[in-house]
Design a protein around this ligand. Structure first.
Ligand code: FIX
Ligand code: ZN
Length: 418
């Protein structure tokens, strides 16, 4: 065994290891450059991220229609003026934009959006992707891939294949949350569906899932669910889970990612920024893990109030892997609280964070802000450990952080670990 770290050096070593360990980002909304316009990047996209728009609409007399009628640069100008010039940009989403600009060496004290735009206009996309991965210190990421998305589907049908850097996840929101609409689409694509979700329809849905698993080679099958989600349940969603999703995921040896607690479209005029949060019933997760012990589940919940119960569920079910501080709980104060709670209840058997990045450069701020919080909590935990006389070594910290930053997920998914 190597030398234990002295108590007063633990914080420095944890910071170094957390900074120096590459990350496998297991849930994003980014696309590989081969997806063309679907990959969003640049300062105008960052400024019009839906997290910022929800804040912008609180500050402007402009109507939703007026805002949506403008082109992207004009929208970004409006957001910059309201959120960065007229008031200090101290929300987490605003600070994120500044973290990114500063990381590229741009002088944010100039407040000169035109010069920031010039920097991004000079980049070539392929090279820029590499630069962003290097700055964020990411080794791979997982996209969110939706066969029901009319822009995305043709790219897969054209033969696009995931690679080590941009991996895939098969997203099934429409199938599970809106069966009547999904049934019509499946029928339109040639599946034999009559809409009653009888055995014929179930067979067709299983066939659809197997076809897309074959095509996308996903790391997991994922779905976001409302706070009212419950299981067992005689609803279409409950039936599809039981008769289609579980058997197919089991046979393909793929985990199912449950993202629970989103109330979609609370203010539809805000478009992507329209969604809100609700406290869900964690017993649904318990029931699934118990009813399908041969299946594996990844789970994240949107409500702060659900986090503790989810940890307790994971203690009861080895086939449940908790991940990420999702969306509204991805703010420093709550990340710190949740991460502390998870270390205390689950030790090192979970994945603390995913980025949920929608714009390429957001990888930089989402991970730099997260690293700071994780390092702070981990330092406290190793210090407590050292106080008992347990020898804390750099090797042990390195091993643990590799697990937290992707290794635990790879092991849970039975992927080859890096
Ligand atoms: O459902 C999801 O995967 C959510 O993360 C998104 O719908 C949401 O819009 C988002 O970007 C949150 O970070
Ligand atoms: Zn997401």
């Amino acid at each position: 065994m190597t030398q234990p770290i002295e108590l007063d050096k633990i914080r420095n070593v944890v910071n170094e290891v957390v900074e120096g360990t590459p990350i496998f980002d297991i849930h994003t909304h980014l696309y590989a450059p081969g997806f063309d316009r679907l990959l969003l990047w640049g300062v105008d996209e960052m400024l019009t991220y839906h997290y910022l728009l929800a804040e912008f609409f609180r500050t402007t007399p402009m109507s939703y229609d007026q805002f949506w009628a403008m082109d992207r640069p004009a929208q970004a100008d409006a957001v910059w003026k309201q959120l960065f010039i007229e008031r200090s940009p101290l929300s987490e989403a605003c600070r994120g934009v500044l973290t990114v600009l500063a990381e590229f060496g741009l002088d944010v004290s100039t407040r000169d959006l035109t010069s920031f735009r010039r920097h991004f206009a000079q980049q070539s996309l392929e090279k820029h992707v590499e630069t962003v991965f290097a700055h964020a210190h990411i080794r791979s990421l997982i996209m969110t891939n939706d066969p029901f998305d009319d822009q995305e589907r043709p790219i897969w049908e054209g033969g696009w294949k995931p690679d080590a850097q941009f991996q895939s996840a098969l997203r099934l929101d429409q199938l599970l949350n809106d069966w009547p609409e999904a049934a019509q689409k499946l029928a339109g694509w040639g599946y034999k569906i009559n809409g009653d979700l009888g055995e014929g329809d179930r067979q067709a849905v299983r066939c659809f899932l197997r076809n897309w698993i074959e095509r996308m080679q996903p790391r997991y099958l994922g779905v976001s669910l409302p706070p009212t989600f419950t299981y067992p349940d005689s609803s279409y969603c409950g039936q599809i889970i039981e008769h289609c999703l579980m058997p197919v995921a089991h046979d393909a040896d793929l985990p199912v990612a449950l993202m629970i607690g989103v109330r979609r479209g609370v203010n539809p005029a805000m478009r992507l920024a329209a969604d809100a949060v609700g406290k869900a019933d964690v017993t649904a997760v318990d029931h699934l893990c118990r009813a399908f012990p041969e299946n594996r589940f990844l789970a994240t919940m949107l409500s702060r109030e659900n986090q503790h119960e989810l940890c307790v569920s994971a203690r009861k079910h080895p086939n449940l892997h908790v991940f990420g501080c999702w969306w509204f709980v991805n703010v420093p104060s709550i990340v710190e609280e949740i991460t502390r709670e998870r270390f205390e209840l689950l030790g090192l058997t979970y994945t603390p964070q995913h980025s949920d990045a929608r714009v390429l450069e957001q990888l930089i701020y989402k991970w730099s802000h997260t690293r700071t919080r994780i390092a702070r909590v981990l330092s406290d935990k190793y210090t407590d450990l050292a106080h008992t006389g347990w020898p804390v070594t750099r090797e042990d910290i390195g091993r643990d952080v590799e697990g937290l930053f992707g290794g635990n997920f790879e092991q849970f998914c039975r992927l080859p670990t890096m």
